[in-house]
Design a protein around this ligand. Structure first.
Ligand code: SAM
Length: 337
């Protein structure tokens, strides 16, 4: 990792995109801690955590610096962001900045208690990860998770008025590929948007490459339910592409094709790892550490560090992030999935 002092020009061995526009979207890995150990993410629950953790105060300074650099959309993730002490206060603090979008991605194990407070704090949207509707499978895929707890969390998010709520399912052959239709119907019945993800060869996903189910196959499992059209992106909402349910224009399904069709081209996303490192790409460990800026609680210095990190953004046409060798070395918990 590059721990560049702030303002030092960045260099990278990769082809760079030299972005002409500033980063518009950021993902914050609020903590690398997680109470689950999903098979495509980490080897087990005791694979170690980063020593350096940011305080709520440091996170606030970071977000101010990001907004100063042009960021308008923030997604809080991890690790499991709802394990971060003070997550509700943090959301309340950044909700006041008038962002276009403020969202969380969570495994929902703590959502039953936190959904209403997060809504009151000003959170706009929630995405929940859910790979199966079978409790024994859930226990196996997450290495110990309790499905009933997660379903109560989803109910609480619906009751709190979040809309849309997206449900993210990573499809793994032999684990849950036979549940694609059941999960889509489960989501639609509750007013949620189901989304299916290909396993990416990032982190422990590399151990499942031979069990990756491609978009074409996931879609084929749903073909009889969907309009016969090409999936389309939502403006400013990341790489997912959507198709409407046949005869139900307001019910959709999303596909995220990180492996068969990488979505690096035009990526306007920056990431902040759980130790504060500013990362230009999910699929490398390149980054800029804003340690000095945070020690001084100086948001303007953070903005300078953001610009330096953005200069390191790899080109997304020649160099395709998640399918490159460097993706294997990345911890998705630290960098924020
Ligand atoms: N703990 C939260 C959760 O479970 O939603 C947030 C962090 S999790 C790393 C964020 C997302 O990354 C989840 O939807 C998860 O399924 C996805 N993810 C993690 N590793 C992946 C991989 N190798 N391929 C595809 N998706 C992956």
């Amino acid at each position: 990792m590059r721990a560049l002092p702030v303002l030092q020009p960045a260099r990278s061995a990769r082809p760079l995109a030299a972005p002409s526009t500033p980063p518009r979207a950021v993902r914050l890995s609020l903590t690398d801690r997680c109470d689950l150990a999903c098979i495509y993410c980490r080897p087990h629950k005791h694979d170690g955590y980063l020593e350096r953790r940011l305080s709520t105060d440091e996170w606030r300074v970071l977000v101010h610096g990001l907004v100063g650099a042009g960021v308008r959309r923030v997604r809080i993730t991890g690790g499991e962001p709802l394990l971060f002490p003070g997550v509700v206060d943090f959301v309340a603090a950044i909700a006041d900045l008038g962002l276009e979008d403020l969202a969380i991605t969570t495994n929902a194990t703590r959502l039953e208690r936190l959904a209403a407070p997060l809504r009151a704090a000003g959170l706009h949207r929630i995405n929940v990860s859910l790979d199966t509707l079978d409790s024994q499978r859930f226990f196996r895929i997450t290495r110990g998770g309790n499905l009933a707890q997660v379903l109560r969390g989803i109910d609480a998010a619906v009751a709190a008025g979040f809309d849309p709520i997206k449900l993210n399912t990573v499809v793994v052959r032999g684990e849950n590929d036979d549940e694609v239709e059941a999960i889509a119907r489960f989501a639609w019945e509750r007013g949620l948007v189901p989304r299916f993800l290909e396993v990416m060869p990032i982190g422990d996903g590399q151990t499942l490459s031979d069990r990756m189910v491609p978009f074409s196959e996931i879609r084929a499992r749903l073909e009889h339910l969907l309009e016969p059209v090409d999936p389309a992106r939502e403006a400013d909402r990341g790489p997912a592409r959507y198709v409407a349910r046949r005869g139900h224009a307001h019910q959709r399904v999303g596909f995220i094709t990180g492996t068969t069709d990488t979505f690096c081209r035009g990526c306007d996303r920056l990431r902040v790892a759980s130790d504060g490192t500013l990362r230009p790409c999910l699929a490398t460990n390149d980054g800029v550490s804003p340690t000095l800026a945070l020690a001084r609680r100086d948001a303007d210095l953070v903005t300078d560090a953001v610009h330096a990190a953005w200069e390191m953004k790899p080109d997304g046409e020649v160099w395709k992030g998640c399918t490159e060798e460097t993706a294997r070395e990345v911890s998705i918990r630290q960098i924020g999935g």
